[in-house]
Design a protein around this ligand. Structure first.
Ligand code: HEM
Ligand code: HEM
Length: 226
C-alpha cells in the first residue's frame, strides 16, 4: 500500500453525494405532478452543478482537472477498459481513463436531462422555462426525449456503481473511502499545488459553486421562470 495523498476536494465529494441524492429525488418526483415545482428546481440546480464541474475541470485541483483523465490516445480507453475487466490496478490516484470517460458521459447526460426537462411541456399543468423560447416541434421533441435521456442516465449510473463495486470488492481498491474523506493511495504521485484539501481550493470552489448554482437558478428559475 502506497502513502495516501489528498485527491478529491470537499466540493467534488459533497457535490457527488448531493448529486446522488438529487437524482434519486428526481426519479420519484418526475412521476408526481404535485412535486413538479420541486422537480424542476432540483433539475435546474443539477444543471448548475454540471456547470461548476466543467469549470472545476479546468480551474480545480490537480486530480479534478479533465487533463488528468482525458484519453491521451485513441487506444487509451481500450487499454484502460482491458485493465478493468482483467482486474489489473492502474497506478493513478485520480480517475482511470475508462472511469474518466464514464464521468464525461454522466455529466453530459445530467446536463441533457436538465435541458430536455426545461424544454418539456405536458400541455396541461406544466411548461418548463425554455418552452416559451422554443418552437412546438422542439418542445415536442424535448418532452419525448426527457424520459428516454433519464432512463439512459439511470443505466449509465448503474454501470458506474457496478464498476465502483468491482474496484472495491474484487480489485481491493479503496475508492469509496476516497470519495468520503478525499484521500487515496498516491502510487508515488504528488498531490498538486494547491493541494485538494487546502483553504485556497475550499474558497475557490465555494465561489465558483455559488456562482454556478445561483446563476442557473437565477436565469432558468427566476428570470425566465415557469
Ligand atoms: C446517480 C448516481 C451517480 C452519479 C450521477 C454519479 C456520478 C459520479 C461522477 C460524476 C463522478 C466523478 C467525480 C468527479 O470527478 O467529479 C463519480 C465518482 C465516484 N462515484 Fe459516483 N455517481 C453516482 C452514484 C454513485 C454511487 C451510488 C456510489 C457508491 C456506491 C458512487 C461512488 C463513486 C466513487 C467511489 C467515485 C470516485 C471514483 C474514483 O475514485 O475514481 N457513485 N460519480
Ligand atoms: C437531471 C435532471 C433531471 C432528471 C434526472 C429528471 C428525471 C425525470 C424522470 C425520471 C421523469 C419521469 C419520466 C417518466 O414519466 O418516465 C421526469 C419527468 C418530468 N420532468 Fe424531469 N428530470 C430532470 C430535470 C427536469 C427539469 C429541470 C425539468 C423542468 C424544469 C423537468 C421536468 C419534468 C416534467 C415536466 C416531467 C413530466 C413529463 C414527462 O414525463 O416528460 N425535469 N423527469
Amino acid at each position: 500500500m502506497t502513502a495516501k495523498i489528498s485527491v478529491w476536494d470537499i466540493w467534488i465529494r459533497m457535490g457527488h453525494w448531493a448529486v446522488v441524492a438529487a437524482i434519486a429525488f428526481q426519479w420519484f418526483s418526475g412521476e408526481d405532478l404535485g412535486l413538479i415545482d420541486a422537480h424542476a428546481t432540483v433539475g435546474i440546480l443539477l444543471f448548475g452543478w454540471v456547470l461548476f464541474r466543467v469549470i472545476w475541470g479546468f480551474a480545480g485541483p490537480k486530480y479534478a482537472r479533465f487533463a488528468q483523465f482525458a484519453p491521451k490516445s485513441v487506444t487509451a480507453p481500450f487499454e484502460s477498459a482491458r485493465a478493468l475487466v482483467t482486474a489489473t490496478p492502474e497506478p493513478t490516484p485520480g480517475h482511470t481513463v475508462i472511469g474518466g470517460l464514464g464521468v464525461f458521459i454522466l455529466l453530459t447526460l445530467i446536463a441533457l436531462a436538465a435541458l430536455t426537462g426545461m424544454a418539456s411541456s405536458d400541455d396541461i399543468f406544466f411548461d418548463g422555462p425554455l418552452v416559451s423560447l422554443l418552437s412546438n416541434e422542439w418542445v415536442e421533441l424535448a418532452s419525448r426525449a426527457h424520459p428516454r435521456v433519464t432512463d439512459l442516465l439511470l443505466i449509465v449510473a448503474g454501470l458506474h456503481v457496478l464498476a465502483i463495486a468491482w474496484h472495491q470488492l474484487i480489485m481491493k481498491e479503496p475508492l469509496l473511502a476516497g470519495m468520503w474523506h478525499g484521500k487515496k493511495p498516491g502510487h508515488g504521485h504528488t498531490p498538486g499545488q494547491p493541494p485538494a484539501n487546502s483553504r485556497m481550493v475550499w474558497l475557490r470552489g465555494f465561489v465558483f459553486l455559488m456562482l454556478c448554482l445561483g446563476g442557473a437558478y437565477g436565469l432558468f428559475g427566476i428570470a425566465i421562470g415557469w
